[in-house]
Design a binder for this molecule. Structure first.
Ligand SMILES: [Zn+2]
Length: 430
């Protein structure tokens, strides 16, 4: 297997969380809704119906493109992508081809080819009714704004793909333009994989579809690299094809071979005028870009001397971060940053669901010295643990009653309540 190098590119589809669909006024939130209750002549593609583009969806796509470091096509348009499939009642999908809204971006050391906007399709539901296999169609999802992000084939490994996608999800979520929920299908992943022995990008690629979790994307790519490498070793040629991922068996399987590849016959959508952005409009969108997770992580590491894990905690828990920073706006608070960060992290509060009243109460507790007591307690516990290595080792071997001895040692140093002492010691020992 040595000497082979994988080339991996990713395609990510993200449903935007706009109120209405891409080209009509139907509700875009289709999850768990009664099938076919959120449709109209436009999203059902009935003859004569005219699409009207959703401005918010276009602005959000450009917003995302700017966050991903893309250049913006100030003059752009939609195109028709023709193909016949039952989930697409019009017989074509309105998408972008020649002039996507965003192109040539860069995110976390991977170049982004393009970010464009299109409409989602309906959903096919395969069922057995009275012993017979039938396929039902729900058009509620048809016409929901869908962003497609395409990367260059610069992903280095299966694990790299997983980690990069997680970061991308975090960024998109932080912009509040999509919930990026893979179980709900509001984030969908595809990977293009090829392997090469001479280090040059191969002329073929295998597209992996039907991947609905980060774990599966990693497994599917790993399997595919292995499969292609083995074919090479046997001296066989690898075909350009589309493969699905069977999560139960951890294998990929052939869906479509090159011979059946689609010819989409793209042409500009005649019912929608070109979309033009002025510099002023782009500046307005640019101004809305918030502090991004990666920037925040770096700031927390630098400003508060936190380690990567601690900073990561605050990036994934914005309310905890706010709490932490509110404390430091109070000048009379002069505790060590890291000590405070650790205490906040150890509190194990559900920060995303904390009520404003509870939030204030928590801040008050810390300001009234609740935190200092705890700092003292934590320090005392650490001294006891460091000073009694044998008891600690015994405890970790399973002699859990030695914790009583440690509590006794701690009581000698502070007049602390034995239960609190035990809790503090266990935090370190566990
Ligand atoms: Zn509609």
């Amino acid at each position: 297997m040595s000497g082979y190098r994988p080339f991996i590119g990713l395609e990510i589809h993200v449903e935007l969380a706009t109120k209405s669909k891409m080209f009509c006024g139907c509700c875009a939130d289709h999850f768990h809704k009664e099938p076919n209750t959120q449709t109209c002549p436009v999203c059902l593609g009935l003859p004569g119906a005219l699409p009207v583009p959703n401005k918010k969806a276009i602005d959000w796509t450009v917003f995302l493109g700017l966050v991903l470091g893309c250049r913006i096509n100030k003059h752009s348009y939609f195109e028709r992508k023709q193909y016949f499939y039952p989930d697409l009642p019009k017989g074509f999908q309105i998408s972008q081809y020649e002039r996507p809204f965003c192109f040539k971006g860069w995110f976390d050391e991977v170049n982004i080819t393009r970010v464009h906007l299109e409409e989602d399709t309906g959903k096919l539901i395969h069922r057995k009714i009275e012993g017979e296999k039938v396929t039902l169609i729900d058009f509620n999802r048809c016409g929901v704004p869908l962003v497609e992000i395409v990367t260059e084939p610069e992903i280095k490994s299966a694990e790299h793909a997983k980690e990069w996608l997680k970061k991308l999800q975090r960024v998109i979520r932080s912009l509040s333009i999509s919930d990026c929920d893979m179980e709900k299908g509001s984030m969908r992943l595809e990977a293009n994989v090829s392997v090469s022995k001479n280090g040059k990008l191969p002329s073929y690629k295998v597209e992996l579809k039907n991947i609905n979790s980060f774990r599966f994307v990693e497994k599917a790519i790993e399997f595919e690299i292995q499969r292609q490498t083995e074919l090479f070793e046997k001296g066989q040629k690898i075909e350009q094809e589309t493969r699905g991922f069977e999560s139960d068996k951890g294998v990929t399987y052939l869906q479509r071979s090159k011979e059946e590849a689609f010819e989409y016959r793209y042409f500009p959508e005649p019912d929608i005028p070109p979309i033009v952005f002025t510099d002023g409009e782009l500046d307005k969108i640019r101004k809305q870009i918030p502090e991004l997770p990666e920037e925040k992580r770096q700031r927390f590491v630098k400003e508060y001397s936190l380690n990567e894990q601690e900073a990561d905690y605050f990036v994934s828990n914005p309310s905890a971060a706010q709490y932490f920073e509110v404390l430091y706006l109070e000048k009379n608070f002069n505790l060590d940053f890291r000590e405070t960060a650790r205490l906040i992290i150890n509190k194990k509060i559900d920060w995303e669901n904390i009520s404003p009243a509870d939030f204030k109460a928590e801040v008050a507790v810390l300001q009234e010295g609740g935190l200092s007591d705890q700092v003292e307690l934590a320090k005392a516990a650490k001294i006891v643990v460091d000073g009694n290595p044998k008891a600690v080792a015994d405890y970790r071997k399973g002699k859990t009653n030695t914790v009583g001895f440690l509590v006794g040692q701690m009581m000698k140093k502070t007049k602390v309540d034995p239960n609190l002492a035990r809790q503090e010691l266990l935090k370190i020992l566990e």
